[in-house]
Ligand binder design. Structure first.
Ligand code: ASP
Length: 393
């Protein structure tokens, strides 16, 4: 009886506190840290416990230094957990599944992208969000690939890693990991995830996964998103830029995973003095299906007749060629200069402001799914599938 009265009092107290929250955008997070919502003095209200699954693929973040040899090696789960006790002390319930063995991201390939996507799909209903711990070297490729693989995604999938191993004193691992978890667990009062897309978090900034590029092998700020603003910034509070975040998929439909990739693709980077032999060596690869052509400036190329002929012949043979500028920032604008007219004439299509990582994985994805219909492949490469490029007409 005494307990019941106490429970009732407590319930009314919590209810009153909740009602007193002034929340213009109805956003409630575990620690009340969304700047887009004013909670008055009720910043610490925990509405609901969230569950996040950590998918552990490897990379520097998973490494510890061997006390005897001094060498870095992947930690087992118990050792890793011991380095981040905070993981299990917060409001979010965290569970982990590892790749076996843990891998350096240079060793990852489309089979591993499928494994990651299926780990999300198989656990989709049981968790509110997913964090993928991954080496930074090819993280932008994996994040791009997964963004194209999911259909009807309504929950956050956040990639993160670190530049220093978790077992090193000055490591950036903890901050990246704990903030990524917080982002994966952030939901609004309507029970909708704040970031229902594939994203990448590193050093205070959250990027759309298919817009991110690794830019620095040294600094903690290893990534940038040159052509799309950050989705969120983490300082004292995590501030989300909600209008920039992809809307969630169709919640009434199950998460679908597109898992076919065609790896018969190549990247051809032009340079002043490039010879016909080099171009031919790439374009004449047997069974080639797609080429990312890295061009100068606004999508320009040397105006040699042989280059036009080689590209044209490849396109006629059924190879899809997409123009990607070598510049980090800005877009391909074919036709702006005379030196890009030949590319248009040869049937090369514009990649606009897409990253190389996103273009390559998108090409593998659309060729894998629609390779028997080249018109469809070209059409899909000319539009934005999930926010990976800005189409300028
Ligand atoms: N070589 C490592 C990897 O990509 C580097 C890192 O994690 O930062 O797996």
């Amino acid at each position: 009886m005494c307990f019941n009265i106490f429970s009732l009092l407590l319930f009314n107290l919590i209810k009153k506190r909740l009602e007193s929250c002034v929340c213009e955008k109805k956003v409630v997070t575990l620690r009340g840290e969304l700047d887009i919502c004013s909670f008055g003095d009720s910043k610490d209200i925990v509405i609901m416990a969230r569950k996040v699954l950590l998918i552990f693929t490897g990379g520097t973040i998973s490494m510890v230094r061997d006390a005897q040899t001094g060498a870095l090696h992947p930690a087992d789960l118990q050792t890793f957990k011991a380095f981040v006790p905070e993981l299990f002390a917060g409001d979010v319930q965290v569970e982990m599944i590892p790749f076996e063995p843990l891998l350096d991201s240079s060793d990852l390939n489309p089979d591993n992208w499928r494994m990651m996507a299926h780990m999300v799909q198989d656990n989709y209903d049981a968790y509110d969000g997913f964090v993928i711990l991954h080496g930074t070297d090819t993280m932008a490729y994996s994040a791009s690939a997964l963004s194209f693989m999911f259909e009807n995604l309504c929950k956050p999938v956040v990639f993160t890693g670190s530049q220093l191993p978790v077992g090193v004193l000055r490591s950036d691992a903890k901050e990246n990991l704990l903030t990524a978890i917080e982002i994966a667990a952030a939901y609004d009062a309507d029970n909708h995830a704040i970031v229902p897309e594939v994203a990448l978090y590193m050093d205070g900034e959250l990027y759309r996964g298919n817009r991110a590029t690794k830019r620095n092998a040294e600094h903690f700020s290893a990534f940038n998103s040159y052509n799309y603003p950050a989705l969120a910034k983490a300082g004292v509070h995590i501030t989300y830029n909600r209008p920039l975040i992809q809307p969630m998929g169709n919640i009434a439909r199950p998460l679908h995973v597109f898992e076919r990739f065609d790896t018969r693709v190549a990247i051809l980077k032009l340079f002043p003095g490039i010879t016909e032999e080099v171009v031919a060596a790439v374009l004449d690869v047997p069974n080639l299906r797609g080429v990312v052509l890295e061009t100068f400036g606004a999508g320009n190329a040397p105006s040699h007749e042989w280059l036009y002929q080689r590209l044209h012949t490849a396109v006629e043979r059924g190879v899809v060629i997409v123009n990607k500028t070598q510049c980090n920032t800005g877009s391909v604008t074919m036709g702006q200069y005379a030196v890009s007219l030949n590319l248009m004439k040869a049937g090369v299509i514009s990649g606009y402001d897409i990253t190389t990582e996103a273009l390559l994985t998108k090409m593998m994805h659309v060729l894998g799914e629609h390779g028997d219909d080249m018109d469809k492949v070209k059409q899909l490469l000319s539009v934005s599938l999930c926010g990976e490029q800005t189409i300028v007409k």
